[in-house]
Each structure stands twice: as C-alpha cells, then as structure tokens.
Design a protein. Sequence first.
Length: 683
Amino acid sequence: MRTAAFILFTELTPTTILVVAIVTIVFVAVLIANIISIRRFRRKSESTRNVSRIMQHALELEKVKVVRVKMAQKVIVNVYDDLLPEEGVSTEKYMENVHPDDRHKLSRFMTQISLGKEESGECHYRSKYQDKDGNWKWRYVSNNAVKTGRSIPFDIICTLNDESADMQQQQQEEDLSRRYRSIFERSVVGLAIFDEKGMLLVANENMQQAMHMEGERDPYYWSVSLFRRQPFRDLIMPGESTELYFCTKMVVPERHLNSFMEVQLRPLLDDAGRVLHYSLAVQNVTDERNFYLKNRENDEQLRQAYERIQRYETELQYLMDRCDMRAWKVTFNPQEVTIYKGLNSYDRKLSLAELRSFFIDNQEAVTKRFEHPEQYFCRPVSMVRRTRSIFHDQDEIHWNIIDSIPIFDDNGNLESCFGIIRNITPLIQAQELLKEETRRANDSTRLKSVFMANMTHEIRTPLNSIVGFSDLLPMIESPEEKKEMIRVIMNNCDMLLRLINDILEISTMDGNAIIITPEEVDFSKVFDDICESLEQRVQCSASPLGSSQTPAVQFIKDNPYPTLRLSVDQRRVQQVITNFVTNAIKYTQQGYIKVGYRISPIPSEGEESREGLYIYCEDTGTGIPKEKQKTVFDRFVKLNDYVQGTGLGLSICKAIATRCGGQIGVESEGEGHGSTFWIRIPI
C-alpha cells in the first residue's frame, strides 16, 4: 500500500502538490486559531468568574446591595441581596419609603442619569425600613448609579450602601466636637492649639481678645512659630515635652499688646510619647496684678497712716505739754466745758456760764451766743478774743484763739463740740511790732528783685566782651588789631565801671545818703576835660571794629565861656553829663550829639528866680514819645528793652538834681526827631 501511495504521489503534478500543501497549511492554521480562541475564551471566562467572586466578596464585606431600575417598566428589582421583594417594587412605591425632604433630590438625580446628562453619579438620601422588632426607622443610603447602555429602553444599576452607622458615628463625632468646641470657646481663659512645630491651628475668642488678634486667622500669629516668639524662644524647643507654667509681661508692639499674662503650655502626646500638639492657655492678669499692687499700696498706706497717727499723737502730746494751749470740749446735755491738758487727762471742768465770765470784750455778744449755744456752735467756729487766764493760775489778760467744730449724733442732732484754746498773747504783741517792718521789707524785696533782674543781664554783657576779647588777644599778631581789641576791652571795662558806680549810687540813694560837696572850680576847663573823654567814647561807639572810616555820629561841644569860676560839685556834674551822653549814644545811630552849658535863671513859681547852671545834651536819635517823657527818669525804665542799660542813669541824675534843689527834664518832638536832656543846678 505504501508502494501504491508512493507511486500515486510520484504521479502527481507539481501544481497538484502545491494545492494540497496550501490546503493542509490552511487547515492547520484554522485548527491552531480555534485552539487559541478556545483557550482565550476559557481564560476570559475564568477572569470574569474571578472578578465576579471578588466583587461578590467585596459586596458581602461592605454589605452593599445592588438593584436594577428598569426604566421601561418603572420597576426596581434585586441584583444582589434581598433588599426588595423577589418580584421587585415600582419606582413610585420605592419613592414612598424615601424621606419627604429627600424625594426631590433623588428624583432629580435619577432624571439626570436617565436623560444622559450624567453617565454615573452618587446621591445620598434617607430611606424608611422596618427592623426586626417591626419598628419603622430611617437609614442613610448612599446610591451609586450607572446607566447600562445607550440603547432605548435602558436600565440603571444602583449600588445601595447603608451609611446609617457611619452617619450616626459622624453625627456623634460632630456633637462631641461641638461640645468640645463649646467648652473651648466658653473657657474663661484664652486657649489655643499649636501643631508639633509650634504653628497656630485654632484659638478661641478669649485668646483672640487677650492677644489682640485681628480675627481667628490673624496673619501675624499664623505666620511665625510659637517657638520663635518671646518668651517661649528661650524656654522650650520644638518637640520637647516640657510643661511650662509662668507669669510674664507680654509685649507685642505690632498688636499694641502690653499686659501681664499667666501662661500654661502643655504638650499633647501620642501613645509612643511623641508630641502631637501643644495646648496654650493664657489669662490676662493685668487687672488682678494692679489690684494686688493697689492692695499692697493700700496696706502700706494704712501702715504709714497708722505710724503717722502714732507720731501725730506723740507730737500733739508734746505740743500740749510744751506749748501754751489746751483742748476743750463742750457738751450740751448737761452744759459742761472740759479743758484737756493731754489726750487722756483733763485740766479742769466748768459750766458755760463760768466760761462766759472769762471773756472781756463784747460782753453783750458773748452773752447772746452762750444763751443759745446750740445755734452758735452748730458750725465750725474760730475766734480771737481777749480773756482772763482760762487755764493759768495768773490774773492776767490774754489773747486766745478759740476754735471748735460741731459733733453730731446718728440722727443729725448736735451732741457736742470740740476745739483748741491757744494763748497767742506774745504773737499779738509781736504782730504789732512787725507790721511796719513787714511793709518796709516787702517794698525792699520788690525793689531788690527788680534791681537784681536788671543787673544780672547788664553786668554779664560787658564781662562777656572783656573775657572774649581777652582770650583772643594772645592769638592776634597785628599791632593794629591788638590795639583795637584793647580799645574794645577798655570801653567795656569803662561800661562795667559805670554800672558798678550806678549800683553804688542807688544803694546810697536808698539810704538817703547822697552827698553834694560843692567846691570852687573853673567850670569852663572842667567842661573841656569832660567833653574830651566823652568825644572819644562817641567816636568809639560810632565806628565799626577795626574801621578807619569817619564816625557816623559827630560830637559837638558848646563851651560859651573861656573861663567861668563857679562853686559846684564837679564829680556830680560830670556824672550827670556822662549819663546824658551815654544815654544819647545808645539811641543815636547817625547825626550828632551836642553837649553845652550856660548860665541862666532857674524859673520858679511865686519866688524870685535864681541864677543857675543850665547843662543840656542834644541828639538826633530816635526821640521819645510824648506819653513816655514823664517816666524816663523813673528807676529801671528803658524805652527799648533790646538796648543795653540798667535804666538807672537818668534816675540818678534826677536824684542829684533834687538833692541840689535844681530841676531836670527832657524835650522831644516825638519818635524820630531826636531829644534834648537838660538839668538846672543853682549856683
């Protein structure tokens, strides 16, 4: 047979052999593909069964129920578990078990799934069920729905999960959280919770108020760790489980906080002892501290007051023992007067009638007052009276100060009065002697105060120039500059000398000791000598320091006599002329100062005129207003407070004129027209 087959094979043509080979290959390929498909289907079926078993196991573990909503029949049937009857229930019947408040929400959710607005979704609602005891209760259901396809009609697969236990636990946790939050917020102290790094998590209202927070999420307190702020920065490090309790002064300039706080920082640990959170409690004790300090201050004041009372009692006892006075008390029922020698002992007792007999003056008024003592002593009384000796065994007349204050009972009725009787006879006598001295002393004090106020400034001015230029003098090399500085120093020395002379003159004038000593002189020659020194003073005052320019003020001398023999006090006349010229220099900036004299009669009312020496000083200065011309010769009067001078020169001139029996005055057309000062001295 093999031979026959071989022969047959050898007889086949190549085309036939090729066709047979192709058929064989196709058959084998189909067979292999079929085997692969069968194996692939088996693996997919096995995977599907495994997934189904896993999902069934998961559904059993999670207690999830699966239902199918047949939209065409509007029926809901069980897919997994026996939530519904075998035949299922209508959607309308199912909706009756849904809580009325949630029906609209579930209906809208199913509508959105069915209309294709959402392929799947989740809805939470409450559904009614019957427990084992037959009681109807509400349970929370989580409905996860998905559409089975896009063809119509279609079904919706819903997985229903009973979340009642979870919701109940969540509700309990929320209630517990609210309770803790209520306790947290209602705490009488400020409370705050920080994480393990010290960052703020939550703070109650008292903490916000205590720390001046700008809301619960104040960026200043939320941005920086607790351990980087004082005082915690120096006390504890992050992660430490040390509990701190202290009182400190909290100062936060950024929140205008400056208060004393009681602080307690407590770490909250896990089971392994690691820090989870930090609890911070603070209480503002500024008021308590101030109250405590105030109590301490009050206690100290009470202690000091008690010590003062003890001291006052000792001093009062000393006064009562050493001074000539007594305490007295008057009672009105019965009418009795008690004279106390000390705090615990009395000197004598007598009636009001006996006390009345001690008074000497105004007997009628005293009698009237003592007849109705309740009306007179119902208010504080203080009087000075002459009496016979009340608490001495001497028959003398004394001056006594009698003081009393009323004492009332609880009903406001006058009960008694209490006071002091002091013998002031030596004081009254000394008072009479001191009245005149007091008046004179007051006048002298007033004048001296004014005098010293003026002298302090005026003496300091030339002294400053003298000291200043004296310090500069050794450093100057130019002879001309040295000469000029020496001239300035000499001028200020002369000014200081004149101030001292004025002071001495005023002191002699106050003692009425100004002395005039006439002597026979050639007044023409004396006048030339006086003008020679005054001319230099005018030129020095009118020329700038170190300047060679012509002075702006010209000095003019008017000497009408070649010789003139007179009997005058040469020193006093020179003093008057010098004061006139000095005064003119202060108020004359340009023009001239003219000094002259002549013999002329002195006018007088009702008397024959006498020959006199008339001396004048005329200037082109600022002049004197009419209303001030009468006061320029008073002490300390200055027309310009910014011009150097004491205001004594003209008053001294007036005193000299008065002492000589002459006259003095001033003539001026007003401000800006210059002035002329003159004096007439009898010869």
